[in-house]
Design a protein around this ligand. Structure first.
Ligand code: ADP
Ligand code: ZN
Length: 367
């Protein structure tokens, strides 16, 4: 699937068993390596343990050797300290602007490597090999890279597009079920925001996707990526309302993540799932979709084993507290915040007339 960006377009390749064919699949980006120069790879301890051996065998068959930078699993790697260690390592390796760094992991590894490559030598290349469903359908494509700081998540970063994205759905076989469901929330997001037929397909086939049945899984990933690629090509830096559509469920979701301390209590995808329920119900409250459609969106989320009722989170029953987090959202401009709402199941839009006091009142009823 091409991501068509003028001069800097790239391919997203989706294929079972792709990792075993890495030297062929990534050939143009491996040219500078060999003859004593190892290929720089970044992974976390899990993805290294699970998938490095197969890739190293494939590389060895082509007289290539990998050199690894390993981080602990979890968001802590996306820090100033983590960035400093990685960029020091890249500089020590003598990485040049023509080189490509390979990121093997979920969104954490991809975001960290992408940002490190955005700033190393003012920008070197990188190849994404996403290993979580969330990274495969969302974060590995589109060029948003970032680290977390004391002020919040993903507030320091850059737009830096990868040169290639290699998606091997077979690696999802080892992904913990909860991570699989969290990634699936972003898949449902694509259906809800822009493709009613895909949403209906997910209602019927979501269980197969979650069970990692190859055909269903590939269809879900390819459809998600095709939509993301199209939207990113239309609005690379989110300067129009186009790319913002991808934030469906995320404004409510980020507030819930902040309220639960960005902890394991609520994964990003779980927060997005709840956020999409809230966006659907709020859209129904405004009369933009029917109560039945809001219920259908909620049912699809619940059927996937994702949280669909914020009351069940046991938060304080105060909508104003959640709205307070929204004021710190990256997208907030003064006291207004663009909200992603639904005109229909399969059609999201950016509402600019949303009153945060009304959101607080709505949330009071949901909490
Ligand atoms: P996300 O893509 O949701 O941001 P992370 O990068 O935080 O996710 O990864 C979530 C967890 O899943 C981490 O503990 C990571 O090591 C683990 N993980 C990533 N890919 C796989 C995989 N294919 N199999 C098993 N565990 C994986
Ligand atoms: Zn997301």
């Amino acid at each position: 699937i091409p991501v068509a960006l003028a001069g800097r377009g790239y391919e997203v390749v989706i294929e079972g068993g792709l990792l075993d064919r890495l030297p062929q699949a990534a050939a143009p980006f491996l040219k500078g390596y060999g003859n004593g120069r190892a290929v720089p790879f970044v992974a976390d301890t899990n993805t290294r343990r699970l998938y490095a051996p197969a890739m190293e065998r494939a590389l060895a068959a082509h007289n290539l050797k990998a050199e690894w930078f390993i981080v602990e699993p979890g968001e802590d790697a996306k820090s100033w300290r983590g960035l400093e260690k990685l960029t020091d390592w890249l500089l020590a390796l003598g990485v040049t602007r023509k080189d490509h760094v390979f990121a093997l992991g979920g969104g954490v590894v991809g975001d960290l490597v992408g940002f490190a490559c955005a700033i190393t030598k003012r920008g070197c290349g990188f190849v994404q090999i996403p290993t979580t469903l969330l990274a495969q359908v969302d974060s590995s494509v589109g060029g948003k890279t970032a680290i977390n700081t004391a002020a919040g998540k993903n507030l320091i970063g850059a737009f830096h597009q990868p040169s290639l994205v290699l998606i091997d759905p077979l690696v999802l076989a080892t992904l913990p079920p909860r991570e699989m469901r969290a990634g699936y929330a972003e898949v449902l997001k694509y259906g809800l925001l822009g493709d009613a037929a895909f949403f209906a397909w997910l209602e019927a086939n979501g269980d197969k996707v979650l069970a990692r049945e190859p055909a269903a899984l590939e269809h879900a990933i390819a459809t998600s990526i095709a939509m993301k690629a199209r939207i990113v090509a239309e609005d690379e830096r989110e300067t129009a309302d186009r790319r913002a559509l991808l934030n469906l469920g995320h404004t409510f979701g980020h507030a819930l993540e902040a309220e639960t301390g960005f902890s394991q209590a609520l994964l990003h995808g779980e927060a997005v799932a709840l956020g999409m329920v809230l966006a659907a119900r709020y859209s129904a409250r405004r009369g933009e979709i029917s109560q039945e459609d809001a219920a259908r969106a909620t049912a699809a989320i619940a059927a996937a084993g994702l949280p669909s009722e914020i009351a069940a989170l046991g938060l304080s029953r105060d909508g104003a507290a959640l709205v307070e987090h929204m004021r710190h959202d990256k997208k907030a401009e003064g006291t207004t915040l663009p909200f992603l709402l639904l005109k229909a199941l399969g059609e999201a839009y950016v509402a600019r007339d949303v009153d945060l006091a009304d959101i607080a009142a709505f949330l009071d009823g949901e909490l």
